[in-house]
Ligand binder design. Structure first.
Ligand code: ATP
Length: 195
């Protein structure tokens, strides 16, 4: 089974592109969502997080306190890598188990940090959704109701499109004046023909 990773900056349109692949019958594994689920409900992950960050990493309703977590890892690279070393292997195992249940020529993993996390190494092909920063800022402000500065700060914490494109097998341009469907169909054909 061919494994295809899709990534892109905040608001680039990863989820939108994945929706189209889903409609075309391609199974999509959402790594960021699975990571959140594992932090909330996987016993081993919970145990390790409490060990590293203390019990206040969980809210009274037992869901992970993502604000607390992002605030403490933001300025401490060693805690960030500690967090990653707990969550990433769990996501990798979940992805492997999920793949074993799929019956399709290829599957997709959608991950915001596909390259930064090293997950791209598990993929046969990678796709980057690239969109100009100004459009991404407008889209995320509208979608999440947050300020321009908050969006730009998140963008500054991520890789740039240029860095991602250098690593990618395929690029989907999702600017307002571009149609994504023909680009997706072309990539689908290439994956089916060349693997
Ligand atoms: P995040 O990393 O924040 O999860 P994402 O890369 O998954 O973002 P989407 O949620 O797919 O991005 O898209 C961001 C917003 O932009 C959404 O509200 C989506 O509906 C909108 N959007 C995506 N593509 C387009 C487009 N081509 N034209 C207009 N709006 C778009």
């Amino acid at each position: 089974m061919i494994k295809v990773g899709i990534t892109g900056g905040i608001g680039s349109g990863k989820t939108t592109v994945c929706k189209v692949f889903r409609i075309m019958g391609i199974p999509v594994f959402e790594a960021d969502q699975v990571a959140r689920q594992l932090m909330n409900s996987d016993t081993r992950v919970r145990f390790q997080l409490v060990n590293l960050f203390g019990s206040s990493v969980y809210l009274p309703d037992q869901t992970v306190d993502r604000k607390f977590l992002s605030a403490i890892v933001f300025n401490d690279p060693s805690l960030l890598s500690g967090l990653n070393s707990i969550v990433h292997p769990a996501v990798r195992n979940a992805f492997d188990a999920w793949c074993n249940n799929q019956h399709s020529l290829y599957v997709i993993q959608e991950a915001a940090i596909l390259f930064e996390s090293g997950f791209y190494k598990m993929m046969d092909k990678t796709i980057v959704v690239a969109t100009d920063e100004e459009e991404r800022v407008q889209r995320v402000m509208k979608r999440d109701g947050i300020s321009e500065e908050q969006v730009r700060q998140r963008i500054r914490n991520q890789w740039t499109d240029e860095q991602r494109i250098k690593m990618a097998d395929f690029v989907i341009n999702n600017n307002d004046n571009e149609l994504i469907l023909p680009q997706i169909v072309e990539i689908d054909q290439k994956i089916r023909i060349h693997g």
